[in-house]
Design a protein around this ligand. Structure first.
Ligand code: FCB
Length: 462
């Protein structure tokens, strides 16, 4: 097996680039962000409220009472951020459109100023030679639609497809790479059952309804994009993480299987294979109408995979879903923010997704969080992030060598940003953001990623 592991250079904390031998020609290197996490400007130019604006204001929801109000002010500083992307040398930028920025109440009249922002962003990317990868939904539902029931109301399918039509019509002459959703398993399970995301309800009925309606909305949006955008390349982004039992006992093993269905299969299985996992069918049935499975299973061109760590389940009799979320066992290797580090799990996820779904794969998120600040010289020597990225890229290389059709890799994230419940304390960026001044500084990991991209390009050319 090729050794892709970066070795210390000795001269500094920086490491040599990973040497990624088996990658296919044209392998795409990118960085990812999402609207609510970076844009800020939540009250600028007619943007409507999203469910996160209100949720952040509820006491105790977000660490330090942080909100996305300012975030990285990417709305105004996107040019500088494109400059950072150029310095790193990425070929693609994955971002999301904020639905309430372009349709302030989620439906009805479009907001011209909001659409114009995405025009500027896309044009700036294209001028810089960076391909825009546009995700329609990264969790920021318009608040007005939540008041009508949000994802639990079947009408959301029509609202989402009208929104997709608007975005396709406006940007589809320049954007060709579209994802319908980012991590639907996360926002449905956390929002409608575990209480960690808005709307923070705990009701299995609305969870099942939301799951089914998101799937239908995905299918409807694929149709709209396919019809409305010439040469569109359409995908969807799913978190995929091995679901493990907390203890090796039958009850926990069963819980881990159910969590696997809810977390890893509830969306890609119906979207790509045309059926729900068996354990979900009774829950979904009351919400299913004739023809729905055909509406959901539409031809897509690629599957985006977000991966950080494995997840754990334990049995809990009182849980209506048959599992409880568990922390990883105490003895596993962890990143500075406590997330498990297990590159072999990443390799296996890629191989499993390849075997199960048979689509070209793009890793649309992978990265490491830390609580960090510049040293006295103003540098950010994020050696642990570099080590994480090097080891995960090595695992990706192994998966490719074993036959997985992986065509690109996007680091989460370009910038430190609003990390949902953790607020600003957990930083995932290749670029450090000093929030009070909004000053950006490339971290050592940005230089390492740049060197890796360059080394791979030179190797392919030689
Ligand atoms: C993923 C989310 C992304 C970011 C990373 C760390 O689950 O898609 O927005 O928060 O985790």
């Amino acid at each position: 097996m090729v050794n892709l592991h970066a070795a210390p250079s000795g001269a500094s904390n920086d490491r040599r680039p990973a040497i990624l031998e088996p990658l296919p020609r044209g392998f795409l290197w990118g960085v990812s962000t999402s609207a609510y996490q970076v844009e800020g400007a939540t009250r600028a130019d007619g943007r409507g409220a999203s469910i996160w604006d209100g949720y952040c204001r509820e006491p105790g929801r977000i660490a330090n009472g942080d909100t996305g109000d300012e975030a990285c002010d990417h709305y105004h500083r996107y040019r500088e951020d494109i400059g950072a992307m150029r310095q790193i040398g990425v070929g693609a930028y994955r971002f999301s459109v904020a639905w309430p920025r372009v349709l302030p109440t989620g439906r009805g009249s479009a907001n011209e100023a909001g659409l114009a922002f995405y025009d500027r962003l896309v044009d700036g990317l294209l001028e810089a030679g960076i391909e825009p990868w546009l995700c329609l939904y990264h969790w920021d539902l318009p608040q007005a639609l939540q008041e009508l029931g949000g994802w639990a109301n079947r009408d959301v399918v029509g609202w989402f497809s009208d929104y997709a039509l608007l975005v396709a019509g406006r940007l589809g002459d320049r954007v060709k790479r579209f994802a319908t959703f980012n991590e639907p398993a996360v926002f449905t399970l956390f929002g409608y059952s575990l209480g960690w995301h808005p709307p923070a309800t705990n009701d299995p009925e609305s969870l099942y309804a939301a799951v089914h309606h998101v799937n239908l909305a995905h299918g409807a949006a694929v149709d709209v994009l396919r019809a409305g955008v010439a040469a569109a390349s359409i995908g969807v982004i799913h978190n995929m993480q091995p679901s493990r039992p907390l203890r090796q006992v039958p009850a926990d093993r069963k819980a881990a299987t159910i969590l696997d269905d809810v977390w890893n299969r509830a969306f890609p299985d119906p979207q790509i294979l045309g059926e729900y996992p068996a354990s979900l069918r009774d829950g979904i049935d009351p919400h299913r109408r004739e023809g729905d499975m055909e509406r959901i299973r539409r031809q897509i061109d690629w599957l985006g995979i977000n991966h950080y760590s494995p997840i754990y389940a334990k049995a809990e009799g009182a849980s209506p879903l048959g599992f409880a979320w568990a922390d990883a066992p105490a003895d596993v290797a962890r990143s500075p923010i406590g997330w498990q580090v297990d590159p072999a799990a990443f390799r296996d996820v890629l191989l499993d997704a390849h075997d199960r779904y048979g689509l070209p794969l793009y890793v649309t998120e992978n990265g490491a969080g830390a609580v960090e600040k510049p040293d006295v010289s103003g540098e950010i020597h994020d050696v642990e992030r570099i080590d994480y990225l090097a080891r995960y890229l090595e695992a990706l290389g192994e998966a490719v060598a074993l036959g997985a059709d992986v065509r690109g890799y996007f680091v989460w994230s370009l910038l430190d940003n609003f990390e949902w419940g953790a607020g600003y304390q957990n930083r995932f960026g290749l670029v450090y953001v000093d929030y009070p001044t909004q000053r950006r500084t490339l971290k050592a990991s940005a230089r390492w990623y740049a060197a890796t991209i360059k080394a791979v390009a030179e190797r392919v050319a030689s």
